[in-house]
Design a protein around this ligand. Structure first.
Ligand code: BG6
Length: 369
């Protein structure tokens, strides 16, 4: 059942190319146009949406954070991402023109369900991005876009995360297509890039031996920091969450730009810091800013563990380790850069002799508020 792997989590990490491929499957026609008739929301309603609010918990919320960057870029609709339990208990501005997107692997998380109910009461349209068929959240939502990750057994989410990002991206591209925000060519090109992701994720898995080695050496680390910028920021948060959940190591993710506003005070000689580096071929000066951050922490003695694209040589002088991922667009990179972080956490927990699939105090699905 574990397919020869030591844990379900390890198996599920290796299932990720298929999880992403299956989530894309059957959602495009032969001409490369997105077809999401399964949503069954009136097109006029989707055209009128003037705000999207993503509600979710844990890893699913980080998938929402990643999707915010893409959806705002493609659709020019403001996207807020909020932890479902926080959303429900303030007085959020939600109305008939709000699309509330609930992201959940199990479809049973009570905090997320309560947020959906609250949004419905305010007249919002609710859409569930959920993995488990027939679960409660899609039943109580106006529409559902299923992720096709297959059953996820390990408590810590991996393949569900990648398929949630994929599904949320499909939603964003679909809205852009529907509302005429982007040229059809650009949408088709992004879909073509998405179709290449399963093969690229496989390449990251094929090269993961070094990540495992480093994880084993680092089994005694008291604390690990993660830095990222743009879509790399939620990836950093997810990398830190995986390490807390699985290895019980104090871990924190930061926006790289925030370093100088506080977290740099934590850097002392030997402190391990993962840095998620954006593509040097991407927009603006994102890449060079993050490279400067690596330089700054390295100068203060940090041990820098860098996740960077193939061919990015600028990071080499400041990196103690470079974990490579294949080249892709800035927005699609999270589907690759999170994978070494998942493997790192799983391997480190394994080296500490911990139960990777059933971490202490955690449940796969939390059905109480
Ligand atoms: C937590 C799980 O309790 O719930 C996490 O341990 C998960 O792995 C989070 O990300 C949200 O769960 P779901 O099922 O709503 O995606």
């Amino acid at each position: 059942e574990k397919g020869g792997f030591r844990s379900f989590m390890e198996k599920e990490i290796h299932d990720q190319p298929k999880a992403v491929a299956d989530t894309l499957l059957g959602r495009m026609d032969v001409s490369g146009r997105l077809v999401l008739d399964e949503l069954r929301i009136d097109e006029s309603v989707l055209r009128a949406v003037d705000k999207i609010v993503v509600v979710a918990c844990g890893t699913a919320a980080y998938a929402g954070h990643v999707a915010k960057y893409a959806i705002e870029h493609w659709c020019r609709i403001p996207v807020e991402v909020e932890l479902a339990h926080e959303f429900r208990y303030r007085d959020p501005v939600v109305n008939e023109r709000t699309l509330v997107v609930a992201v959940s692997q199990s479809g049973e998380t009570m905090d997320t369900l309560m947020a959906v109910r609250h949004a419905s009461e305010q007249g919002a349209t609710t859409l569930a991005i959920v993995n488990t068929h027939g679960s409660t959240i899609p039943r109580e939502s106006d529409a559902v876009l299923y992720t096709h990750a297959g059953p996820e057994i390990a408590v810590a989410s991996t393949k569900a995360f990648l398929s949630q990002i994929t599904a949320a991206y499909l939603l964003g591209l679909y809205l852009a297509q529907l509302r005429g925000n982007k040229f059809p060519d650009e949408i088709a090109a992004t879909l073509a890039d998405l179709r290449e992701m399963p093969g690229k994720i496989q390449q990251v898995l094929d090269r993961a031996e070094r990540v495992r080695e480093v994880a084993r050496w680092m089994a005694d680390s008291p604390a690990v920091l993660f830095l990222g910028r743009h879509v790399g920021f939620p990836v950093a948060l997810e990398g830190a969450l995986k390490l807390k959940e699985l290895a019980y190591i104090h871990a924190e993710g930061f926006a790289a730009g925030e370093l100088k506003h506080g977290p740099i005070a934590l850097i002392e000689p030997g402190q391990p810091v993962f840095v998620i580096v954006p593509s040097p071929r991407g927009r603006d000066s994102l890449h060079s800013k993050v490279v400067s951050n690596i330089q700054e922490i390295r100068a203060r003695g940090a041990r820098t563990l860098v996740v960077a694209e193939d061919g990015d040589e600028a990071v080499v002088p400041y990196a103690d380790e470079v974990f490579r991922v294949p080249q892709t667009s800035t927005l699609l990179a999270p589907l690759l850069t999170v994978v070494p972080l998942q493997i790192f956490a799983s391997e480190l927990a394994n080296a500490k002799g911990l139960d990777v699939d059933q971490p202490r105090n955690l449940a796969k699905s939390v059905t109480v508020e």
